[in-house]
Design a protein around this ligand. Structure first.
Ligand code: NAD
Length: 288
């Protein structure tokens, strides 16, 4: 397929390269000249105008920072400019309301479109092992799946338009809460005189079992190897977790959902991000 890729940053750069590796022809556009130069090295054709990049393509993939930018790119450069039969895929993490609004506009103009946010960081984007959670019609999902499979290890149809974003923010709210809970339990066990490794051995095989403890242990030298063992460098940045929690809180407000712990988690990550936005989100344990 011929695919336009817009937003070649930390995530999009590797994703576009994987589309090329899978045999697709990729038209790349980004506001950053450095990002375009890397895309060229990776085999993409580069453009200095998004509207030109989408000419004659079979599909458009976007990987952009936020909902406002996604909306302006689709309204200004994709809808009405990409060929009528093109399938549109927004892989950015944005709020549910904007995702639904942009998809409705694309559908009204005759396009099939999905929201397809990802789980997995830069390493998964580079390695083609992302998990995509996809919202949209059966038909749009069917068309998007082939494109997404070239960039990921799992592609899951979550439901109608916006369902991908819903899955993403609810998952990450749960992750934030469980990471804080894991950190609190580990620190308290330690303060009560229990060897943290013993606590890990017991709780990881008991009802405290959870991904944050078992697969991403937040205390250095305890449990499995994780960003904690690398001074909390790499992994999933606190600033990105905060972005997702803010989206979750906005959506919770929209639908009047009760998120007492989600709100507390957002508050805790807000504080952590003031000084340590670049550190992995498991560094929350250092604040306890
Ligand atoms: P990034 O800032 O590295 O990349 C965004 C790119 O978009 C930049 O290259 C920027 O120049 C470009 N851009 C901005 N406005 C543009 C416009 N109007 N037209 C064209 N290009 C434009 O961000 P990232 O880390 O690649 O994240 C992208 C998305 O993926 C975000 O929504 C983020 O929440 C999500 N995400 C990131 C991670 C991660 O670990 N980095 C993990 C999961 C999801």
């Amino acid at each position: 397929m011929k695919i336009a890729f817009i937003g070649l940053g930390n995530m999009g750069g590797g994703m576009a390269a994987n589309l090329v590796k899978a045999g697709h022809e990729v038209n790349a556009f980004d506001l950053s000249e450095d990002a375009l130069a890397t895309a060229k090295q990776n085999g993409c054709a580069t453009f200095t105008d998004a509207g030109e990049a989408v000419q004659g393509v079979d599909g458009v993939v976007t990987m952009l920072p936020n909902g406002g930018i996604v909306k302006s790119v689709y309204e200004g450069s994709v809808i009405g400019k990409a060929p009528a039969g093109a399938v549109l895929l927004d892989c950015s993490t944005i709020d549910v309301a904007t995702a639904k609004e942009v998809i409705a506009k694309a559908e009204a103009a005759g396009y099939d479109m999905v929201d397809a946010p990802v789980s997995g960081g830069i390493a998964a984007a580079n390695g083609g092992t992302l998990t995509f959670m996809v919202g949209g019609t059966e038909k749009a999902f069917g068309r998007a799946e082939e494109v997404l499979q070239a960039m990921g290890k799992a592609v899951i149809h979550a439901g109608d338009a916006g369902a991908g974003q819903t899955a993403k923010i609810c998952n990450n709210m749960l992750l934030a809460i469980s990471m804080i809970g894991t950190a609190e339990a580990m620190k308290m066990a330690e303060k009560l005189g229990l060897d943290p490794q013993k606590f890990y051995e017991i709780s990881s095989q008991s009802s405290g079992y959870c991904w944050s403890l078992n697969a991403y242990t937040p205390m250095p030298g305890v449990g499995v190897e994780s960003p904690a063992d690398n001074d909390y460098k790499g992994g999933f940045a606190t600033a990105l977790m905060l972005k997702d929690l803010r989206l979750a809180m906005d959506s919770a407000q929209d639908v009047d959902a009760t998120t007492v712990l989600g709100a507390k988690a957002a508050e805790i990550y807000e504080k952590l991000a003031e000084e340590h936005g670049a550190l992995d989100f498991s560094s929350v344990i250092k604040t306890l």
